[in-house]
Design a protein around this ligand. Sequence first.
Ligand SMILES: Nc1ncnc2c1ncn2[C@@H]1O[C@H](COP(=O)(O)OP(=O)(O)OP(=O)(O)O)[C@@H](O)[C@H]1O
Length: 221
Amino acid sequence: MPVLEVQSLSKSYAQRAILRGVSFRLDRGERVALLGPSGSGKTTVLNCAGGVDRADGGSVVIAGQELGGLSADGLAQLRRKQIGTVFQFYHLLPTLSAAENIELPLQLLGVPPGEREARVRELMGRVGIAHRAAALPGQLSGGEMQRVAIARAVVHRPALILADEPTGSLDTATGEQVLDLLAEVVKETQAALLLVTHSPEAVKHCERVLRMQDGQIVEGA
Ligand SMILES: Nc1ncnc2c1ncn2[C@@H]1O[C@H](COP(=O)(O)OP(=O)(O)OP(=O)(O)O)[C@@H](O)[C@H]1O
């Protein structure tokens, strides 16, 4: 069963077609870059695939469940369990420490405290930020914040990781370290990764490229 199957997605904003029949699938453990010019619809695809935006037509199936057939609660539950996200601007909760940010997905899933702590501790070590556990996001560098975000994205071992320009706010060297780390932890968890990027460096960390143009996938599907 594919982790993600997107079929014939269409979407318009103000009667302008943004997605025009987008279809592709991701299997377990695959790392796929989604490329294309600015405005071609990459983020819209990511948002529809992650269930934060609804397409006008077509279907998105994650781990065998069609998003369109789920209630709001069912969709929230599936997203909590099966998806991890990494964004350009980190999206960490500013009032929670690094460790608490990473722990949050486990808390939302009702994982017992002992298990949560062990998993968070292990991952903080894995992504190299154990010494910053108690720091608030505002006290961290961009690279550190993205390490926290990567740990948060994989802590609950989701089937699918969605990343939108994860190195877009980082300098080249830090960006490369973050990409290495993202690719490694994704590999370890055997999740599927869909990575929206403009960066040739990021593409090197992926096994397959999907290229978009004017709301369609023109290569790699
Ligand atoms: N909420 C919205 N309302 C109206 N238009 C939107 C909305 N969201 C996106 N668009 C438009 O849809 C088109 C595709 O946007 P999208 O963000 O998916 O492109 P992208 O390929 O990710 O671009 P970039 O590389 O610049 O991030 C753009 O022309 C954008 O202006």
